[in-house]
Structure formats: structure tokens, C-alpha cells
Design a protein around this ligand. Structure first.
Ligand SMILES: [Zn+2]
Ligand SMILES: [Zn+2]
Length: 443
């Protein structure tokens, strides 16, 4: 029961002599101990790497220093590294005999926001973003992913007598604007390099460290961008009858569009429309000519997506028509599709991860966030993404009992506890990769 059977060759640095007969069957507990020993010896460097990246984050497609740092780490481990794949992305390959190719992805990018954690390694960096100077912060945990990615590579090399095949570690830019995965694929990710037999990624989340959430099938939402310009006729604020007021039209639309969600969509189906930005006007006494809105549309199913698109368009046109305004300009741009976790890859990994993490390895409902990790499955690579927690259990319990709320990803207060989080990331990812090598063996 719960035995992860692999052909284990001696790996003296990691396994005590008594545990390391060549080609013995080893249970997951033993393997987990070997992984823990590897992490223990490399953690000081990983902690320094994490804190350096955390303190000096870079935005989408600007991740030049971050990518260079990771490239150096991987070269030092013996990986063959190709830089500038998808602008700032990199691909690190390690060949270890005949066998499948298994891909592990980390993201490189941070967010245009000010960190307010007060940590001594908090970011104070600023950069230029769309013509404005902005703070930059790793408030989504991509720095945790990078440290776990390097740590997993190190650990798998330490265990390289136990797998045969090729490791393909990729560092992807621009996840936050869901553009980096596509950029890497367009620039030859699966043609210049081997096309993987399986791909994995992990994401940090606001729950207790040591806990892992996963699911088979749809794991995240599809995201579409929404841009609308309502046209009116500008004039004096004291004489609205001489104008067509686009601020009023936009306000009507913002309220009414939620009835597409509440009255048109099946309440059992997931669908969200959020308007995140509204721009119009310059002064209190001027009715402007136009107002721009931008928002996001999130769904799990194509038929729900089509229904929302139709309802949004109809509502926007009707809101304008009610005021006698010209038809609005409406763009709904396809952002990214749902992450779909491959049942076979998930089943093989889940066997091992359940044995390693027990009831802390749990099935979760699909997340409402979106992820361009979906692009790799879309390109035909069976894949699996799972989530790891970042906070002390006491903090979660305190929040449940009315204490300070838990900061989620993208909060300026998002602050993972590095060591246990990175340890879990490395342990889970190493086991997942080994499960994929094992699954493909002999196929
Ligand atoms: Zn994010
Ligand atoms: Zn993220």
C-alpha cells in the first residue's frame, strides 16, 4: 500500500548505506527523507536566492537580472541553458540517458505594486511600466516558485541514479499578463527543444504550508479581457440636456452587466465579470465625450463564456441606446484558457504525493484565477499544476477566529514563510517528476 516503487540505485550522499541497496524498492517515506537531506544541505543558498529575488523583482518581459541569475544557477548544476526564449525566458536541459522528457516550469515575473509586508527583505524597487514609475513586488509568490525550481533541479540531480531521461526546466516570463507561455512556444519551446512527455508547475497560495491542493481536469478559469468605450457628446455640467452623458451610460452598464451573471447564467455554473478600471472626464463641471472601461471575464466552460460575451455586448449596446448615444466600441480579447490537468499524469503523481503528505494532500475545487500554464497543455503536453500553502497554521487559525485576515496573492501584505514553503515545493515537485519518469518507464 502506498508504495512508490522505483528502482533505486545507491545515492550515497543522500541515503544512508543501510537504505541504499541498488535497485531496491523504496517506499515514499524513505524517499522523502532522502529529499529532506538534500534540501537541508542546499537550503542556505536557496534562502539567499529567494530573498535576493524577492528584494529585486522585475515585471513581465523585463526579467533580465532574474533570468540571468537562474541561468547561472542551472549552469552551475550542469544544465545546458538557452536564454532569451520568449524574450526573457530560459530553457535548461539535463540529459540522463534514454527516457521521457519531463518539464518543470517556474514563472519569472512580479507585479506593479508596492510591497507593505515590512519584511527586512521586502522590495523597495521601482521601474517604468507603461510610461509610469511603479513599485515592483513579488506578491504572487513567483519567487517561491523560482527557489523551489532550483531546489528541485538540485535534488533530482542528487537522485539521478533513480531516473532515466531528460529534465527540461523552463523559466517563463510574463505570467501575470498571461503572455509568456505563448511567447516561449512561438519562439520554439517545443521545436528547438524536446517536446515533453509531461509538464508540472506549482503555485503558492494563502493556506498553511505543508498542505497541497490539486485536482484532475479543469483547474483554473479561462480569462478574457474586456474593453469598452462609451461615446457621448461633451458639454457643460450645468446643462446636461445639451449633452449625451457617457459617465451615466458607463455607470448604468457597470450595474446592469451583473444581471447577465445573476439572471442569464445558470447559477450552478461559474462565471464572473469584473470591471477593474474606469477612465473618463477631467473636471467636475465638464461632461466628457467618452468613457473607457476595462474588465475581465472568467469562466470554466466554453458555452458559459459564449453566453457571457453575448450578454455583455447586448447590455453595453442597450445602455448606450437608452441615452440616444452612438453604439459603443466593444473588444473582448481572448486571454488564456483553463488549465486542464491530465488525469493520467495526476493519478501517477497523486499516488506518490498522497503517500508523502497524507491528508495534507487534498483535492480542491477549480480556482477562479487564470494561468497561462494552460498553453502547454493546449500545445499537447499532458500537464499538472498544483498549489502549495505559505502561512503558519496558527495564523490561519487566528484569522478564522476573528484575527487579522490572511493576505492573499496580489495583496501588498502577501508574505510566505520561506523555509517550510520552499521545502514543500521541492519535496512535492521532486516526487511529482519522479512519478512521471516512473509512469513513462517501459512505455
Ligand atoms: Zn499573480
Ligand atoms: Zn502567480
Amino acid at each position: 500500500m502506498n508504495r512508490f516503487v522505483i528502482a533505486l540505485a545507491a545515492s550515497a550522499a543522500l541515503l544512508s548505506a543501510s537504505l541504499a541497496p541498488v535497485h531496491a524498492e523504496v517506499d515514499v517515506a524513505t524517499l522523502k527523507k532522502a529529499i529532506a537531506a538534500s534540501i537541508e544541505s542546499s537550503y542556505p543558498q536557496l534562502d539567499a536566492l529567494y530573498k535576493e529575488i524577492h528584494a529585486h523583482p522585475e515585471l513581465a518581459f523585463q526579467e533580465v537580472k532574474t533570468a540571468a541569475r537562474l541561468a547561472a544557477e542551472m549552469r552551475a548544476l550542469g544544465f545546458e541553458v538557452t536564454e532569451n526564449v520568449g524574450k526573457t525566458g530560459l530553457v535548461a536541459i539535463y540529459r540522463n540517458g534514454d527516457g521521457p522528457t519531463i518539464m518543470v516550469r517556474t514563472e519569472l515575473d512580479a507585479l506593479p505594486m508596492e510591497e507593505k509586508t515590512g519584511l527586512d527583505y521586502a522590495s523597495r524597487d521601482k521601474t517604468n511600466w507603461g510610461g509610469r514609475e511603479v513599485f515592483v513586488a513579488h506578491s504572487c509568490g513567483h519567487d517561491i516558485h523560482m527557489a523551489s525550481w532550483v531546489g528541485t533541479a538540485k535534488t533530482l540531480l542528487g537522485l539521478k541514479d533513480q531516473w532515466r531521461g531528460t529534465l527540461m526546466f523552463i523559466a517563463q516570463p510574463a505570467e501575470e499578463i498571461v503572455a509568456g507561455a505563448r511567447a516561449m512556444i512561438v519562439q520554439g519551446l517545443f521545436t528547438r527543444f524536446p517536446k515533453p512527455d509531461a509538464a508540472f508547475a506549482l503555485h503558492a497560495g494563502p493556506f498553511s504550508h505543508g498542505t497541497i491542493f490539486y485536482r484532475s481536469g479543469v483547474g483554473s478559469s479561462a480569462a478574457d479581457g474586456l474593453e469598452i468605450t462609451f461615446h457621448g457628446r461633451g458639454g457643460h455640467g450645468s446643462a446636461p440636456h445639451t449633452t449625451v452623458d457617457p459617465v451615466g451610460i458607463a455607470a448604468r452598464f457597470i450595474v446592469e452587466v451583473q444581471s447577465v451573471i445573476s439572471r442569464e447564467k445558470d447559477p450552478n455554473e461559474f462565471g464572473v465579470v469584473s470591471i477593474g478600471a474606469i477612465h473618463g472626464g477631467t473636471a467636475p463641471n465638464i461632461i466628457p465625450d467618452s468613457v473607457q472601461l476595462s474588465g475581465t471575464i472568467r469562466t470554466f466552460k466554453p458555452e458559459v463564456r459564449a453566453k457571457l460575451h453575448a450578454g455583455i455586448e447586448r447590455t453595453a449596446k442597450a445602455a448606450a441606446a437608452m441615452s440616444g448615444a452612438p453604439a459603443p466600441d466593444i473588444t473582448m480579447a481572448e486571454g488564456t484558457k483553463s488549465v486542464v490537468n491530465d488525469p493520467d499524469v495526476v493519478t501517477a503523481a497523486a499516488d506518490v504525493l498522497k503517500a508523502a503528505f497524507g491528508d495534507k494532500f487534498r483535492v480542491s475545487p477549480p480556482g477562479t484565477a487564470s494561468e497561462d500554464f494552460s498553453e502547454y497543455a493546449g500545445a499537447g503536453v499532458p500537464s499538472m499544476m498544483f498549489n502549495i500553502g505559505v502561512y503558519d497554521q496558527e495564523r490561519i487559525d487566528a484569522a478564522r477566529n476573528g484575527g487579522p485576515p490572511i493576505p492573499s496573492n496580489h495583496s501588498p501584505l502577501f508574505a510566505p514563510v520561506p523555509k517550510p514553503t520552499i521545502e514543500t515545493g521541492i519535496t512535492a515537485m521532486t516526487l511529482a517528476v519522479l512519478s512521471a519518469f516512473d509512469r513513462r518507464k517501459g512505455k
